[in-house]
Ligand binder design. Structure first.
Ligand SMILES: Nc1ncnc2c1ncn2[C@@H]1O[C@H](COP(=O)(O)OP(=O)(O)OP(=O)(O)O)[C@@H](O)[C@H]1O
Length: 253
């Protein structure tokens, strides 16, 4: 058997290492009598390039799990490794490393109202001072063109529709070439067509950059973008499946 030197010198390829690995994750809000456990023994692995949707009833713990994965909350029980960093008892430096490498998209676009579309996207690079301003400007402009807003570069959020604002949020999330996108109900505030446009854009841009996505959604209209759907109930993962569309496509092949 021939063993390539490059295989010896290099660590396992990233395709073999989960971007997110949660093992027996528990989480509770409050202390003592007010303690309320929200997550129970959550196991989840997301591989590079995967698009995984997290569904489940209101209050089942989806957002809580997403914020733990995004290093926006402190994990105390169980193990959670994101982008190669263990988040249990993580230092602030580790948390910041993980956050800097994630593109976040929320239900509300969270654009700054006093900045233009272009400046809202460029703002991401304040977390990356190593990127020269001219490069940041070019990247912001190119992404806004890719999301179909080449003619809105200097518009303020107040002059854009909900779908356009969410497209700016997609451009912003992808600006600094994140290694993971976490999206929480990104289509909830949008009409059906705008919602589809936003997730299709997100999918194609993320695919171009081989960036995995973990998206919380109640929106049955966008389930077909998923490689896999993970369903949560009462703080537990109930099932993990291929998307209905993929299953339908497979069986018709
Ligand atoms: N800061 C908090 N303090 C106390 N309890 C909280 C806090 N945030 C969320 N919860 C509770 O944790 C549970 C899970 O909330 P979470 O937002 O994770 O659910 P979800 O599945 O994302 O719900 P939805 O689909 O409605 O957004 C809920 O019972 C909620 O009331």
């Amino acid at each position: 058997m021939t063993v390539e030197l490059s295989n010896i010198l290099q660590p396992p390829t990233s395709s073999e290492t989960p971007v997110i690995l949660a093992e027996k994750v528990q989480f509770a809000f409050g202390e003592g009598e007010l303690r309320k456990q929200i997550l129970f023994d959550v196991d989840l692995a997301v591989m590079p390039g995967e698009i995984v949707l997290l569904t489940g009833p209101s209050g089942s713990g989806k957002t809580t799990l997403l914020t733990l994965i995004g290093a926006l909350r402190q994990l105390k029980e169980g193990n959670l490794t994101v982008l190669g960093r263990s988040l249990r008892g993580a230092t602030l430096a580790d948390q910041l490393h993980v956050r800097r490498n994630i593109g976040f998209i929320f239900q509300q676009h969270n654009l700054l109202p006093f900045l233009t579309a272009r400046r809202n996207v460029e703002l991401m690079f304040e977390l990356h001072p190593e990127v020269p301003a001219a490069v940041a400007q070019q990247r912001a402009e190119a992404l806004l063109r890719q999301v179909g807003l080449g003619d809105r570069l200097d518009y303020y959020p107040a002059r854009m529709s909900g779908g356009q604002k969410q497209r700016v949020a997609v451009a912003r999330a992808l600006a600094a070439s994140p290694k993971l996108i976490l999206a929480d109900e990104p289509t909830a505030a949008l009409d059906s067509q705008s919602g589809r446009d936003v997730v299709n854009l997100l999918k194609s841009l993320a695919r171009n950059e081989a960036c995995p996505i973990l998206m919380v959604t109640h929106d049955s209209r966008v389930l077909d973008i998923a490689d896999r759907i993970v369903h949560m109930e009462d703080g537990r993962i109930q099932s993990s499946n291929q998307s209905p569309l993929m299953t339908a496509t497979d069986s018709s092949a």
